[in-house]
Design a protein around this ligand. Structure first.
Ligand code: FAD
Ligand code: SF4
Ligand code: SF4
Length: 424
């Protein structure tokens, strides 16, 4: 008999929206998320283009609906380990890492953080702030329950086996060192993969000065710097505390190396320029682009409004970030062959979107293919953009290729349509 429950892997906007729609159609959903919270990359943004909506106001109700829906079982800190094809279903083995904090008992008061002696870089905050070995990635994380990092917790890694400072600080008996990693087997009728994307690594490219000059940031670092719940509570403070009078935003980082346009970087770069106009209204803002990709019925207006706000758009062939008299200087060769030099106090790099780091492993486990760029391949990109070569396994959102939020959600909902047909 066909299984009528479905596994969704990855709880970003695509995975959350697919899960809610499946639940609405009466299907039991197992939503598997690798991290300790749900929401994906979108929860890192303060506002989203093209309407500059507050991202938290848009995503938090979806996260709440997912967490409260009785037909959606959310497994956090979980990844797929094995998938076995049966005649009409898949037997999936999941590894669920221990959280060491009870989701039922914890009220999210954060009293356990301060007493912890271990300080670590906060990767969710792009390493712009520190966290403790017991922590939540950011204020407002959902679920708002901390996780203990077992590799760095002194008790769990054996360096100080009697440490229990966090447990003693908790009034709600929520810290639970007895939790163990678990392996769980679930039979499902279909799987939707919505594992999203990662960002192209700018570090190896010398010409952009990332890692060399402290005031060169990536777009994701900037998103966190701008966010009210970010490491500076939304204050635009440079790593060296200098005042910001001139800013360069460089598009298309990685496009040459990867051989594709991500289709979202021009729009998110224009969004960053609009943020900067708000936070540093007197600063000169220069956007350096190779090509402009501004598709969609409302995006052209967004770009025009960014231009009208006084943002200077410069088309370049080659670009280099260097230093002159102690200041950052951007040198670009323009189309007309002339070189232009612009001083900048802050540089923001807009890298391409690349396949998530687990994509290859996951594709092997699922027995599905990858496209030439390393994203999950579909049967036919034009005609069947969510169906893989394996019946019952579907792809949606940025796991299939770079795209914005509306397109990720549209693809997720299309995948649900195909799943419902498949389960009939
Ligand atoms: C700097 C920047 C700014 C942007 N701004 C905007 C904007 O303003 N407006 C807009 O429309 N779009 C914007 N985008 C695009 C937007 O981020 C994406 O469209 C959106 O995040 C795609 O959602 P998703 O669910 O497909 O993937 P993601 O948001 O990446 O979510 C994927 C989820 O899957 C989880 N996952 C990954 N691997 C596994 C695994 N092996 N097992 C279990 N779970 C896993 C991840 O932890 C994550 O929670 C921006 C992108 C960038 C880079
Ligand atoms: S574990 Fe305890 S102290 Fe820590 S946030 Fe939860 S309830 Fe508060
Ligand atoms: S046991 Fe000690 S080191 Fe581990 S999280 Fe708690 S306070 Fe930190």
């Amino acid at each position: 008999m066909k299984q009528h429950n479905v596994m969704v892997v990855g709880a970003g906007v695509a995975g959350m929206k697919a899960s809610l729609l499946l639940a609405q159609a009466g299907v039991k959903v197992h939503l598997i998320e690798r991290e300790s919270l749900i929401g994906g990359q979108t929860i890192k943004f303060e506002e989203v283009y093209p309407n500059m909506e507050c991202a938290t106001c848009m995503v938090a109700p979806i996260q709440q609906d997912v967490l409260q829906n009785e037909d959606i079982e959310v497994s956090l800190l979980s990844t797929l380990k094995k998938v076995e094809e049966k005649s009409d279903s898949y037997e999936v083995e999941i590894e669920k890492k221990a959280r060491y904090v009870s989701l039922e008992n914890c009220i999210g008061c954060n009293a356990c953080f301060d007493p912890c002696p271990v300080e670590l870089d906060n990767t969710f905050e792009e390493n712009l702030s520190k966290k403790k070995a017991i922590s939540v990635p950011c204020p407002g994380a959902l679920p708002n329950v901390p996780t203990i990092d077992p590799a760095n917790c002194l008790r769990l890694n054996g360096k100080k086996k009697d440490c229990k400072a966090c447990q003693e600080a908790c009034m709600f008996d929520a810290v639970d060192f007895s939790q163990k990693d678990e392996k769980v087997k679930i039979d499902v009728g279909a799987i939707i993969v919505t594992t999203g994307f990662d960002m192209f690594d700018v570090k190896p490219l010398d010409e952009y000065g990332y890692g060399k000059y402290p005031n060169v940031y990536t777009a994701m670092e900037f998103e966190r710097l701008y966010a009210q719940n970010g490491p500076t509570e939304g204050k635009l403070v440079l790593r060296d505390d200098k005042p910001i009078k001139s800013i360069g935003i460089i598009h298309c980082i990685g496009r040459k190396e990867l051989g594709y346009c991500s289709g979202v970087c021009c729009m998110y770069s224009a969004k960053i320029a609009q943020f900067l106009k708000h936070k540093a209204p007197d600063a000169k803002i220069h956007e350096f682009y190779r090509d402009l990709c501004i598709p969609g019925k409302s995006y052209q207006n967004f770009y025009e409004s960014t231009r009208k706000k006084g943002v200077n758009f410069i088309r370049f062939n080659e670009i280099h970030v260097g230093k002159s008299n102690g200041n950052i200087e951007i040198t670009c060769s323009e189309e007309n062959g002339q070189d232009q030099k612009i001083k900048a106090d802050m540089v923001i790099l807009s890298p391409a979107l690349i396949p998530g780091k687990d994509t290859e492993t996951l594709a092997k486990i699922l027995g599905v293919g990858l496209d030439t760029h390393g994203f999950f391949a579909t049967q036919n990109q034009q005609l069947s953009p969510v169906i893989t070569e394996k019946k019952g396994i579907f792809i949606a959102g940025c796991a299939e290729g770079p795209k914005d939020i509306p397109d990720s959600i549209a693809q997720a909902e299309a995948a649900v349509g195909k799943v419902l047909l498949h389960l009939q």
